[in-house]
Design a protein around this ligand. Structure first.
Ligand SMILES: *Cc1c(COP(=O)(O)O)cnc(C)c1O
Length: 252
């Protein structure tokens, strides 16, 4: 890369840098306060910035500000952005619903997949991880707490009572590591409007998983609206988009 193509152009680039500096500082402040309130060490919580819908230029600015962990939810966008930032020491997390025909592409850039939610995905992930001869793919089991209320999971995820089966399948699969659990606070069902209760339930599920697989310590929970509740309930990774980068214009 020449460098020039990535240099933010003129005043708008400088203005964007100020916006992102401010957004990041606010989120860092929220995380620090939440850790203090929960009597947890700041380094026990990792900020993963969700860069979906925002350009690689924003990722570059955030990387320059010290962010190393980024997440995306759509393969096509993620693959292009990761490629555009391949010269940076970044770690990419895939957090969107994953189709088996995207597995090959996703493993080209992602070190973490937070959205493993069916046994059928496991064999595809395993085969591709082995084919690449890469470090084990860190797999998080996405839990859909709304399924406890008999609802479907529009955003993916397994019912809590299916976590063990999926964990066992992941644990037996070559090339994969069971890293932990992930959830998105439900908009419907018993936990609607109560992200704190949802994240406490995820914490219980995490403890159950760790009783079987002690190394599966990751708890990915909390977004812009509810990262404090997640940290209080034991999240190790918060996935924050709009509070750092701004409100996304469209669905994403
Ligand atoms: C978009 C997204 C986030 C971040 O959401 P914000 O509300 O913008 O912080 C977190 N997790 C997943 C799975 C997402 O798709």
């Amino acid at each position: 890369m020449t460098g020039a193509e990535h240099t933010p152009a003129g005043a708008s680039g400088a203005a964007r840098r100020i916006e992102l500096t401010t957004g990041l500082a606010r989120v860092e402040e929220r995380i620090a306060r939440a850790c203090a309130a929960a009597d947890r060490a700041r380094e026990d919580v990792t900020l993963v910035v969700v860069s979906k819908t925002y350009p690689a230029e924003d990722v570059r600015i955030l990387a320059d500000l010290g962010v190393r962990q980024f997440a995306e939810n759509r393969d096509q966008e993620a693959a292009a952005k990761a490629a555009a930032c391949a010269d940076l020491p970044l770690t990419w997390h895939f957090v969107g619903q994953l189709q088996r025909n995207k597995v090959r592409s996703v493993l080209g850039y992602a070190d973490y997949v937070h959205s493993v939610d069916r046994v059928r995905l496991v064999s595809a992930l395993s085969a591709e991880a082995v084919r690449r001869g890469r470090a084990p793919l860190e797999c998080l089991i996405q839990v859909a707490l709304e399924k406890e209320s008999g609802l479907g999971a529009a955003r993916g995820g397994v019912a809590p009572d299916a976590v063990d089966e999926l964990a066992d399948a992941l644990a037996e699969a070559p090339g994969l590591r069971v890293a932990g659990v992930m959830t998105v606070a439900p908009l419907e069902g018993a936990y609607a409007g109560s992200p704190g209760a949802a994240f406490e339930r995820l914490g219980e599920i995490s403890r159950g998983l760790r009783a079987r697989i002690p190394a599966a310590t990751m708890v990915s929970a909390g977004m812009s609206a509810d990262l404090e509740e997640a940290i209080l309930a034991g999240a190790t990774h918060v996935r924050v988009g709009s509070a750092v980068l701004g409100v996304r214009p469209a669905l994403g």
